[in-house]
Design a protein. Structure first.
Length: 444
């Protein structure tokens, strides 16, 4: 009998130990990826909305009876509201956690996308695009706040890169496939499908997301009253501004070229149809998939930010210059150069990691919001700027409504992107190294 009791006790103890091990495994390994994954799904939705005007460009021109400059303004309205809200978003996410803001933001952005599909004038289109951008403004910062809450510090640059991978997949989904869908179903019906995706995500986030591990909740409440002081501290850091300028200028390849004008440029230079041109431009975002992972991993591997940032800016500059200025390029070269442009310009992910280290601990949302203000707001200015430069450089105004721009027109207008990449390279050289020293929180 004592032996039997001992055996039962042993089994009971073994079961309890296994149960605790299972809980530890779920908490340390499964839940972080689940929470981050839910956040990145909404970031995926954000990128689909970012590039939709590029895929729907000709349909929007016809529907609103407008020109290149107005199309650029409509598309950029998304990024203006997105950028203006980034610092408030960072403060909100630091104060309340990412879950509640994301649920409301997903519902608002999806509803606004639905309203955009019913717009009948450029003014209505611009307003509803601005509303979509306001809802999407919570996507990237919230996702990276989840990564900061659930993963160790020496994984953060890698997680920024992986997050960007998901966004790039969304961008690929929003170029060629949406262009093909719009030609088959219509642009309004295509937007209905996008809105339905966003509404579904709001439900999933509400049901399953948690802000942080239970053990970290008390730690989070201790910093809630310090967010404004943390913002003031960040604004006084010179390198935080340099990182922001780097983010804005290197990101023009995605926002200005990939999200709007790239498709029209490819049509003009290589004489392709709209759908094929959109598929070629989608190589920008396909290249960004390995690029996002590589730059995050490489920075964590060598424990440096400056070198990878300079590599990204210089590689992007060379790729864009060759694509834009070299005559007689075959079509396969366009695929390759745009792929490389996307790969190298993913050095932008390191601006987030750099500023997360410069800013105060536990206020990552504020630092990320500050960086995203630059990245989205600064690069979004190039969408209407390029539209204005295109029309200024156009030989005849009679073709304005048809968007029939020459290669020379595009070389003149898109030179602004080349200049911005030069500035990004300069910023990467001026920034001081801020990669964190090894510490006890580096590993799981």
């Amino acid at each position: 009998m004592p032996t039997e009791e001992f055996t039962l006790s042993s089994y009971s103890l073994l079961f309890m130990q296994n149960r605790q091990q299972q809980i530890v495994y779920v908490t340390k390994f499964f839940l972080p990826w689940l929470m981050w994954g839910l956040g990145t799904l909404y970031f995926y939705f954000d990128f689909i909305n970012q590039v939709a005007p590029a895929a729907l460009g000709h349909q929007l021109i016809k529907a609103f009876h407008t020109n290149a400059a107005t199309l650029g303004f409509i598309a950029s309205c998304y990024f203006y509201s997105y950028a203006v809200l980034q610092i408030p978003v960072g403060l909100i996410v630091d104060r309340f956690g990412p879950k509640r803001p994301l649920v409301l933001a997903a519902f608002f952005a999806s509803s606004s996308c639905l309203l955009f599909s019913y717009a009948s004038s450029p003014a209505q289109a611009a307003l509803t695009r601005m509303m979509v951008g306001a809802g999407a403004a919570f996507s990237f910062v919230s996702c990276l706040k989840l990564a900061a809450n659930w993963f160790p510090a020496n994984r953060f640059a890698t997680m920024v890169g992986l997050t960007n991978v998901v966004g790039m997949i969304g961008a690929v989904s929003g170029e060629g496939p949406i262009s093909a869908l719009a030609e088959k179903l219509g642009w309004r019906e295509t937007l209905w499908l996008i809105a339905g995706l966003g509404l579904s995500l709001s439900v999933l986030i509400y049901l399953f997301m948690r802000d942080r591990p239970v053990a970290g909740i008390q730690q989070n409440t201790a910093v809630k009253s310090h967010v404004l002081a943390d913002l003031k501290y960040l604004l006084c850091q010179r390198d935080a501004w340099f990182s922001g300028i780097y983010a804005a200028t290197i990101n023009t390849s995605f926002i200005a070229f990939g999200a709007l004008w790239g498709t029209l440029f490819i049509q003009s230079k290589f004489h392709t149809g709209q759908t094929e041109a959109a598929m070629i431009v989608s190589m920008l975002f396909i290249g960004a998939i390995p690029g996002s992972f590589f730059f995050g991993w490489f920075a964590d591997h060598i424990r440096r930010f400056k070198l990878p940032m300079a590599m990204g800016a210089s590689g992007g500059l060379i790729s864009m210059a060759v694509l834009l200025y070299m005559p007689g390029l075959p079509l396969w070269a366009a695929y390759l150069l745009i792929f490389l442009l996307g790969f190298f310009c993913c050095g932008n992910v390191l601006a987030y990691a750099n500023n997360a280290q410069i800013g105060p601990k536990q206020s990552e949302g504020t630092s990320l919001g500050f960086t995203n203000t630059w990245l989205i707001g600064g690069s979004a200015l190039f969408q209407p700027l390029i539209g204005k430069l295109l029309q200024d450089g156009q030989a005849t105004t009679a073709q304005t409504m048809a968007l029939n721009f020459s290669v020379t027109d595009f070389q003149y207008a898109l030179s602004s992107i080349v200049i911005s990449l030069m500035i990004a390279l300069l910023m990467s050289l001026l920034i001081k190294e801020s990669y964190p020293l090894p510490g006890k929180n580096d590993e799981y």
